[in-house]
Design a protein around this ligand. Structure first.
Ligand code: ADP
Length: 338
């Protein structure tokens, strides 16, 4: 039976403003270019799973202004039967969370992008915080993918559902949870934790793990290594992956005896970095699709092959503009790996 993945997550309209430099406090700047695209971590990761060849269904919501976003997801191969339109929820008499007027709008990301590919983002929650109609997780679901752009309560509910049905849960806590939320979060239900280096540090601190002072001259990899080790010790049943942007990633697998985290460098780019928006989401979606293809008893080599493919896909994602738009097709990733 083919593997199926459910993504319970956010859907946004990404508004990209091209700027010379990111705006500073008190400053007003001009942008010569505005492009609107499909975005949101849930949507991006769903697109990445679909482009990587996986069967994926997205559970989330858009406002009336986001019907085109749902259509675009559908065209990309993402199952959108569980993407609600908040007005429809309201008409059916279903409860909306507070400030219903905000939730008629699709979630938004206001993104400044510089010529050097740096970015800075403001998120508006919108329909991502609406209450959704009841959803039954299909019985053939093998993986559940979660991020942190929806109400935490919903993330916890889906983790519990996955855990009680033996479904693998992939959690990318981005943006990072508040410290008080982190302490009570059911980490033991997370099969794969994906964080970037900043998130890894925040997580270690919030969990009161003893993080030593990093030497200013230490490399990104050497600074992140102890964080990954600390996280994997405190979450002994969770596989920990820490992405390091242009420096690649570190991974510590729960079921294999690694003396230290595995390091994989980033892929070699064709040209220069164009836009890093969505690189992490591309990585996560490709990693999930890779895990979905594995046999029941994977080896650590299987995991390494999955990560290498995801690293290649994420590298290709930064070579062009956009988040979902720049996620490569599986065949193109294969061609670059060979
Ligand atoms: P996030 O977007 O979640 O912060 P990262 O920036 O760590 O995630 O990027 C995720 C992955 O994307 C990295 O592990 C790496 O493989 C790839 N990547 C990101 N930036 C670059 C880059 N400039 N060059 C090559 N690969 C990159």
């Amino acid at each position: 039976m083919p593997a199926r993945c459910i993504v319970r997550g956010s859907i946004n309209v990404d508004e990209f403003f091209q700027v010379k430099d990111i705006v500073r406090p008190g400053e007003t700047i001009s942008s010569d270019n505005l492009v609107k695209r499909l975005g949101g971590k849930g949507a991006n990761q769903s697109v990445a799973v679909a482009r990587a060849g996986g069967i994926v269904e997205l559970v989330g919501a858009v406002g009336q202004d986001g019907v085109w976003v749902r259509d675009e997801l559908n065209e990309t191969g993402v199952g959108v039967g569980a993407v609600s339109i908040t007005e429809v929820c309201k008409r059916k008499g279903l409860r909306l969370a507070s400030s219903a007027s905000l939730q008629e709008n699709t979630g938004r990301a206001i993104i400044q992008v510089t010529d050097l590919g740096e970015n800075s983002i403001i998120l508006f929650k919108g329909a991502n915080y609406a209450s959704l109609p009841p959803y039954t997780v299909p019985p053939d679901t093998t993986h559940i993918v979660l991020q942190n752009e929806i109400p935490l309560q919903s993330t916890i509910e889906y983790l519990a559902r996955g855990s009680s049905s033996g479904i693998s849960a992939i959690f990318n806590p981005s943006p990072m949870l508040a410290p008080e939320q982190l302490k009570t979060f059911p980490w033991n239900q997370v099969t794969w934790l994906i964080v970037n280096s900043g998130e890894a540090l925040d997580l270690c601190k919030a969990l009161n793990l003893k993080v030593g002072a990093a030497s200013p001259s230490a490399s990104t990899v050497d600074t992140a290594k102890p964080l990954v080790t600390l996280l994997s010790i405190s979450m002994p049943t969770t596989n920990v992956v820490c992405t390091l942007g242009a420096d690649g990633l570190l991974a510590q697998f729960a079921q294999f005896n690694q003396s230290e985290p595995l390091y994989l460098p980033a892929s070699t780019l064709q040209g220069t970095t164009c836009d890093t928006t969505g690189a992490g989401d591309c990585f996560t979606g490709y990693m999930v699709a890779g895990l979905m293809r594995l046999e029941k008893q994977p080896t650590s080599d299987d995991y390494v092959a999955v990560l290498k493919r995801a690293v290649q896909a994420a590298g290709m994602c930064v070579e062009s503009r956009g988040a979902a738009a720049s996620i490569p097709l599986d065949a193109d990733v294969t061609a670059r790996l060979n």
